[in-house]
Ligand binder design. Structure first.
Ligand SMILES: NC(=O)c1ccc[n+]([C@@H]2O[C@H](COP(=O)([O-])OP(=O)(O)OC[C@H]3O[C@@H](n4cnc5c(N)ncnc54)[C@H](OP(=O)(O)O)[C@@H]3O)[C@@H](O)[C@H]2O)c1
Length: 238
């Protein structure tokens, strides 16, 4: 299968959780700093941007804003929309029903690991057709990858062939990571472990995971109790 190389890059608690209150505790700050530093390095050296699920995109970038779709006519086609101005650095948004409201076609953030990334919406046929007109008016690229759920393999093949994306960071949350893990498309795990245990309610690295083998590639110890673990898929050369 033709697809970008996928690096799942996440901060986890000692007990392998990735969501919840522990992320904003002072004892997680050092891990978060390491995480953002590694994100910048990956995006500078090898990755063409990052993928996030709808919930993470909303929490990190759109803040729940949504356009008034009454202002748009339905766009009656499920063709992909690829404008001419592709940037090579992407924020790939797994947003099956088109729930995310973007005020710009690029991520606005001071961190160069995120700021300036061109938004790409990955949709299903569950989308409101007026949302397609809104995305077109914003010049935001979109692709279709499934009827009700996003078919991860179809989406990755399109990202590779239509955008020339050869490597992407998969940056959560738990639900989108789980979809990727179950499809066996994760090539590398890049885990920054914070010295803290999470709440029982918090979600794991992969929601609804399956059994799969990885080879340990690198262990690094940082200040303030932060550990970095890097694994590659069994079939990957080290
Ligand atoms: N520790 C870390 O490094 C890290 C990194 C990023 C985020 N986070 C945390 O993760 C939390 C959010 O994670 P989450 O697991 O709740 O949500 P998420 O994975 O960010 O988003 C899940 C949503 O994405 C859509 N989606 C993703 N893949 C899909 C597929 N294959 N088919 C259909 N829909 C798909 C669905 O949207 P709809 O609901 O619209 O159908 C789904 O409900 C946040 O609290 C954030 O703080 C942590």
């Amino acid at each position: 299968m033709i697809k970008p190389y996928i690096i799942c890059h996440m901060v986890t608690s000692i007990d392998g959780k990735v969501t919840g209150e522990f992320l904003s505790k002072p004892s997680c700050e050092a891990a978060t700093d390491v995480y953002y530093e590694l994100n910048r390095e990956y995006n500078k050296n090898s990755a063409n941007g990052f993928i996030c699920g709808r919930v993470t995109m909303e929490g990190s970038f759109t803040g729940g804003w949504y356009p008034d779709l009454m202002e748009y006519e339905p766009y009656n086609s499920f063709d992909d929309f690829i404008p001419d101005n592709l940037s090579g650095f992407y924020a790939v948004s797994f947003d099956p029903k088109g729930k995310l409201g973007w005020k710009s076609d690029k991520i606005i953030d001071e961190d160069p690991g995120y700021g300036g990334a061109q938004i790409v919406e990955v949709l299903t046929e569950k989308v409101d057709l007026r949302y397609l007109s809104y995305l077109r008016s914003m010049n935001i690229p979109y692709i279709f990858a499934g009827e009700t759920e996003i078919d991860v393999k179809v989406s990755l093949e399109k990202l590779y062939t239509l955008f020339n994306i050869t490597a992407l960071l998969l940056e959560g949350g738990s639900i989108v990571n789980g979809y990727f893990e179950r499809e066996g498309v994760i090539d590398e795990l890049s885990l920054v472990i914070a010295p803290i245990i999470a709440d029982a309610e918090d979600k794991p690295l992969f929601m609804e995971s399956s059994v799969s083998d990885f080879k340990l590639n690198e262990i690094k110890k940082y200040d303030n109790g932060v550990i970095y673990l890097n694994y590659k898929q069994q079939s990957e050369g080290l």
